[in-house]
Design a protein around this ligand. Structure first.
Ligand SMILES: C[C@@H](O)[C@H](N)C(=O)O
Ligand SMILES: C[C@@H](O)[C@H](N)C(=O)O
Lengths: 165, 165
């Protein structure tokens, strides 16, 4: 295994997740969702969609808590005619482990997810990029998730709390 | 809308996606998946999991094409007893638009997804980070998706093809 090279843990506790279920899995469906968000000027942070089944896919994204109400309302209008449903939005905490040269996510993921599992914290969503693994957990698990992530990677408190301006 | 600030488009055509369906949505389930990958030294690139339903969640990740067979085999062993199923792995192309200061994904997402929709390209998976929006498309759509993304953001050919060493 490559030496795990995580340099810090970041937490964002100001996000609400909005899930759109049973979106038609055809070109243009997701574009309509984000056009609606762009039109009302809502900043979208996390976007996660997994492979669909039987022609339908679920798409979840997160917005700042203060925009949740108007984002949910705009979503219901945007997808109304497609048959998709917009779930109730829920506050989440997004906890990310960051590290340059995380060439292989499997070692870091295994260590991070194990630490959350030991603490009994369930992951709601997972999303990765070259230098980061982000997970959404229930809002009330955010601080504990950050603490166990620090311990798992031997980091002293390097949390960057993202209070968006 | 903020000025859309995309600086480049990257494509990785050497990835295969492996989907684990009906994974128990409880702490430890995802950790077992990546422990299995870490133990056989397979480099995992994209990891996507959306919110589960009825206590089950679907988790998809991508590995280099040359590791697909042994990764799929290790996955079947790792999740066998949990009742989850491992789908057939499929070659994908991961196309990412990259730009610093993409404070709001909604404007970039709307533009990128619209361009794919116009070209009739279906998105299989979506994953984001602060500076990037990545989508998985069918392998044969990779080049066209890259071309339309360049055109949508007014970029000359800046593709960084990621032939992993
Ligand atoms: C579900 C959604 O992503 C659809 N596949 C699209 O391309 O818009
Ligand atoms: C589905 C999987 O992510 C599970 N929720 C876990 O925490 O491991």
């Amino acid at each position: 295994l490559e030496a795990v090279s995580v340099s810090g843990v970041a937490i964002d506790k100001n996000q609400v997740r909005i899930s759109v279920q049973e979106l038609p899995d055809r070109p243009g469906a997701a574009a309509a969702v984000f056009k609606a968000m762009a039109e009302i000027g809502v900043v979208v942070d996390l976007i996660v969609q997994n492979v669909g089944r039987a022609g339908k896919a679920n798409l979840t994204f997160s917005v700042p808590s203060e925009d949740a109400y108007r984002a949910e309302k705009a979503m219901r209008e945007a997808v109304g005619r497609t048959g998709a449903t917009v779930g109730r939005s829920n506050k989440i905490a997004k906890v990310s482990v960051v590290g340059v040269g995380m060439r292989s996510h499997s070692g870091v993921a295994s260590c991070f997810f194990d630490a959350l599992a030991e603490a009994g914290i369930n992951m709601l969503m997972i999303s990765t990029s070259e230098i980061k693994i982000s997970v959404a957990v229930n809002h009330e698990d955010g601080d504990e998730a950050t603490r166990v992530a620090h311990a798992a990677f031997g980091l002293e408190k390097k949390t960057r709390s993202r209070k968006k301006a």
